[in-house]
Design a protein around this ligand. Structure first.
Ligand code: NAD
Length: 250
């Protein structure tokens, strides 16, 4: 990918799944990666893997604990990343939570949690990175939505939060474009991670991919490739758009 070598990225939810795979991929593209998460052990493990095991990674990785729900903490983390790395060229707003629940099964408290992490976490990230990217006159933000934010699904409240991420991304793009900042979203489909392993019974795990063109689960690395593309200069004329990484899920 063009334009990632020598750059700096912040990844939220980098302790696991898509966030970990994307941290690896960005470091393989030569980008220094500031891995953040509430899971300290997992985040430090991602950094250790990148710095000590991944021979293809020419970028360095660093860890900082960050709860995306806290806007002040997010502002402080981004300011620190900017100080330590010299710039923040890419922000991957990836942290998210979800349960396999319909509307009638969901408690009001859980709705708050979903909105705080999945929606406000993304908003907070954009708030924190804006002054840095504004000063740079450039930057790329990638937000994590979901196929559940695109299509109606039985994970109702989770889907509502992911639809909000899509709407926000498309709406804010013209405003950020004035400052040379691109913002896009990815909509992963069925990706084999810790999150989805807790969602499906063995039988459902086998049946669910039949709705994809390849009849298989996706790997986090396959989402990471799209994140790297959107982060890179190869996507210089792409903003305000979602990319579905879902093997044609219907
Ligand atoms: P995952 O559970 O493996 O990773 C999520 C990470 O987010 C974890 O490391 C977790 O500790 C972190 N996190 C949770 N709450 C946080 C908070 N408040 N602050 C900071 N970090 C927090 O799951 P994943 O599948 O890799 O999910 C990554 C993103 O992709 C999520 O936004 C998820 O909704 C989205 N997504 C996943 C799939 C899929 O099939 N796996 C599909 C569509 C969308």
């Amino acid at each position: 990918m063009r334009g990632l070598d020598g750059k700096s990225a912040v990844v939220t939810g980098g302790a696991s799944g898509i966030g970990r795979a994307s941290s690896h991929r960005l470091a393989e593209e030569g980008t220094d990666v500031y891995v953040t998460d509430v899971d300290v052990d997992g985040g430090e493990e991602t950094v250790r893997q990148i710095n000590e095991e991944n021979e293809d990674a020419s970028g360095n990785a660093y860890f900082r604990e960050l709860d995306v729900r806290d806007v002040d903490e997010f502002d402080a983390a981004l300011a620190e990343a900017d100080d330590e790395l010299g710039s923040v060229d890419v922000l991957f707003n990836n942290a998210g939570i979800g349960e396999m629940q319909g509307f009638t099964e969901t408690e009001p408290d859980h709705v708050d949690q979903l909105i705080d992490v999945n929606v406000k976490g993304v908003w907070n990230g954009c708030h924190a990175v804006f002054p840095i990217m504004e000063q740079q006159g450039s930057g790329s933000i990638v937000n994590t939505s979901s196929m559940a934010g695109w299509l109606p699904s039985n994970i109702t409240t989770y889907g509502m939060t992911k639809a909000a991420v899509l709407h926000f991304t498309e709406s804010v793009a013209p405003e950020l474009g004035e400052y040379g900042i691109r913002i896009n979203a990815i909509c992963p489909g069925l990706i084999d991670t810790q999150m989805t392993r807790t969602w499906f019974s063995d039988e459902m795990r086998e049946q669910a991919p039949m709705r994809t063109a390849f009849n298989r689960w996706g790997e986090p690395e396959e989402v990471a490739a799209c994140v790297a593309f959107l982060a890179s200069d190869d996507a210089s004329y792409v903003t305000g758009r979602p990319i579905k990484v879902d093997a044609g899920y219907v």
